[in-house]
Design a protein around this ligand. Structure first.
Ligand code: C2E
Ligand code: CA
Ligand code: CA
Length: 638
């Protein structure tokens, strides 16, 4: 018989090109890549041996080579040809099920392979698949149809699998797989009836090419310039391990000091440095498990118990400088370590944990390594939720301002109050400012929030009730972040002017803190506002750092002694003495004193005797709503 082999030759050429691309480029190291490799090898062998067997049959028929040799060629051809649908079946399973297959699927594949191998290898003796007649002519055996049938069975299974798990693939990937399945089924049927034109391998090759481009394309998972797997590959590998329930540890790190390199030494040097870091990782750790997550962030995955060792090696390397075009640069890695399933359970949690713990490592000046744990994640989860709640509260204008009346000892009246912000969430209930103010400060939303509170206070001060009840002033808390805004004074004056508030009716509280940072801006803001007649209180006196310094440097009129200092004095005679002298000292500086946290009559009496000007605390009133505050002032508990 004369076979037409042109398509086989074309198939060989295309497969060769795909094979060169596949084997020379770094690809994602998973089971589907492994199977794709076998698929390529089977297809290539099948195309080559299709051609060789066409010639060997002819040579055997004409007596140029012995029949047994031709039989061996045919056996190799049939084996490689029939391995293609099986490899393809496994490939589809791995791709659609993230590298996992069930026992049934596994045994189905093994069963098909065993039956096919038995049928093919025994064929030279049984003549079931092919045989040579006594006169030396090659003939197809009846068993060939059985092989075709099995191939069809496997291919139809693949098609069904693709339809079932279609959501696991992108549109192009899906189309490539559909094309492969349908084309192969049609070609198998065609080949059953038409044996002269050898089309199978060509159809299979075109499909493989499409599949290579759409699914197996290594560019999708690899960063070519530094030959490292990317974030997509990282997510894929984590997902596979999570699905398979295989424990693993992630060591992720971010490079500190990189901004300087890009700015001072140039972006191209920055890129070289990233490549050097990748190179160091490649030389020291398992190549398949190194990922470049983003600009200055890398991650390693290890399934062994050697995460601490990895951290140690990274720290050791970074303790010496990196050479960037002749300049020695020192970089600090901020490292996080997360264990699955001990600390993280889902891929979302993994990405989230990396983000947050690296941030934590950056903020932590004492240790550059952060171990992710449940408690930490829960805290971060809550923080993120609160961040959202703050954002929503701003959009919906649902912040409330409560007022805590302050007792004026000399006037024996409640002539002022402190404004305290409140936020409630349907699910989480009331969230106290001690928790959400630091979060708002971190995210910067405190600036807007501070203005919202200030606006509400001014509107209240402008109301008929407040004027009628003789509220002299309200103390409004300012965050350090607000104080560092150059336009703070201007913004506050604008709001007061809008409500036509007498400037003396506002007192601003600033907490003494070590990080006043850019003090000049704060002083400018204070001076601008003081010139207009606004006064300032130093809040939480006694809890901070260089308190006296601030009292000398900054123009405060009131000092609020922190409740912890007040409470300590009530329990301990030494602390009482300190408080006594503090009050005397502050009075000698002509500062007014507010004692916070007054909870009992006894405390109030002691503080009055000491000479405190104002008293604030639950003994008089808790912070209350605007309406309750008005009611309170109408009938003060005196
Ligand atoms: P703070 O400025 O020291 O406010 C006083 C806090 O002590 C208030 O807590 C108040 O409810 C509480 N307190 C008052 N008297 C007593 C008492 O007798 N016993 C006890 N145990 N507690 C008392 P709150 O309202 O939870 O506020 C906490 C902190 O949140 C405030 O501390 C302040 O630093 C901050 N904050 C509140 N509102 C704002 C605001 O609008 N802006 C800014 N930046 N910070 C605010
Ligand atoms: Ca305060
Ligand atoms: Ca306070």
């Amino acid at each position: 018989m004369h076979w037409i082999i042109h398509y086989d030759i074309a198939a060989c050429v295309i497969l060769l090109i795909v094979a060169i691309l596949f084997f020379t480029k770094k690809s994602y190291p998973d089971n589907s890549t492994k199977i794709f490799k076998y698929l390529l090898i089977s297809a290539f062998l099948s195309a080559v041996f299709d051609i060789v067997s066409a010639y060997s049959c002819y040579a055997a028929e004409t007596g140029k080579i012995p029949i047994w040799l031709s039989c061996i060629v045919s056996v190799i051809y049939f084996i490689s040809l029939n391995m293609i649908p099986v490899c393809y079946y496994l490939y589809i399973l791995f791709v659609t099920q993230n590298g996992e297959i069930t026992v049934v699927e596994k045994y189905l594949a093994i069963g098909v392979v065993v039956i096919e191998l038995l049928l093919i290898c025994s064929s030279p003796f049984t003549g079931f698949i092919f045989r040579y007649t006594k006169s030396g002519v090659y003939e197809r055996g009846i068993g060939l149809y059985l092989l075709y049938g099995m191939a069809l069975f496997v291919l139809i299974n693949c098609l069904m699998m693709t339809i079932k798990f279609r959501y696991m693939l992108s549109v192009e990937q899906r189309n490539a797989v559909y094309f492969y399945s349908v084309a192969s089924i049609m070609v198998v049927i065609y080949q059953m009836y038409n044996e002269r034109l050898l089309l199978t391998n060509f159809a299979c090759t075109i499909s493989l090419l499409l599949m290579y481009l759409s699914i197996q394309n290594p560019g999708e998972y690899v960063e070519n310039d530094i030959k490292t797997l990317n974030q997509k590959a990282f997510i894929k590998m984590c997902r596979m391990n999570v699905k398979g329930g295989r424990p693993f540890t992630i060591v992720a790190f971010e490079l500190d000091g990189f901004k300087y390199i890009n700015e001072v030494l140039g972006v191209s040097n920055g890129k070289d440095l990233i490549a050097s870091v990748a190179d160091f990782l490649h030389k020291n750790f398992q190549k398949k498990k190194i990922f470049h997550l983003s600009g200055i962030r890398f991650a390693l995955i290890t399934s062994r118990n050697n995460a601490e060792e990895i951290v140690e090696k990274i720290n050791k390397r970074f303790s010496s400088p990196w050479d960037v075009s002749g300049v020695d640069v020192v970089l600090t890695p901020h490292i996080c370590l997360a264990k699955y399933p001990d600390h993280v359970n889902t891929i979302e949690e993994i990405m989230y944990a990396i983000d947050y713990s690296i941030q934590e490592a950056v903020e932590n000046t004492f240790n550059n390594v952060v171990y992710v744990n449940r408690e930490f994640l829960n805290k971060k989860n809550r923080e993120t939720r609160i961040e959202h709640i703050i954002k929503n509260a701003m959009e919906n204008d649902s912040f409330q301002v409560y007022y805590q009346p302050i007792y004026d000892v000399k006037a024996k009246s409640f002539s002022s109050a402190e404004a305290l912000v409140r936020m409630t969430d349907e699910e989480m209930g009331i969230i106290f400012p001690d928790e959400f103010i630091p979060i708002a400060e971190k995210t910067g939303s405190i600036i807007k929030l501070g203005e919202i509170v200030f606006d509400k206070v001014c509107r209240f001060l402008n109301s008929e009730d407040s004027l009628r009840l003789g509220i002299q002033f309200v103390e409004v808390n300012l965050s350090v972040v607000q104080c560092m805004q150059e336009d703070l004074a201007g913004r506050l004056l604008e709001i007061m002017d809008y409500y036509q508030i007498d400037y003396s009716r506002i007192n601003l509280e600033i907490t003494e803190t070590a990080n006043f940072g850019n003090n000049e801006i704060l002083v400018n803001n204070m001076n601008t506002l003081i010139d207009k007649g606004i006064t300032f209180s130093m809040d939480d006196y006694g809890t901070g750092f260089s308190t006296t310094n601030y009292l000398i440097e900054l123009p405060f009129r009131i000092v609020k002694i922190d409740k912890s200092i007040v409470w300590a004095a009530m329990d301990d005679s030494k602390a009482l003495k300190i408080l006594k002298y503090t009050v005397a000292m502050l009075r000698s500086l002509e500062l007014k004193i507010v004692a916070e946290g007054v909870e009992t009559l006894e405390q109030a009496d002691i503080l009055k005797r000491m000479g405190c000007n104002y008293l604030q605390g639950y003994y008089y009133s808790r912070p209350v709503t605007e309406k309750e505050y008005i009611d309170f002032l109408q009938e003060p508990p005196l």
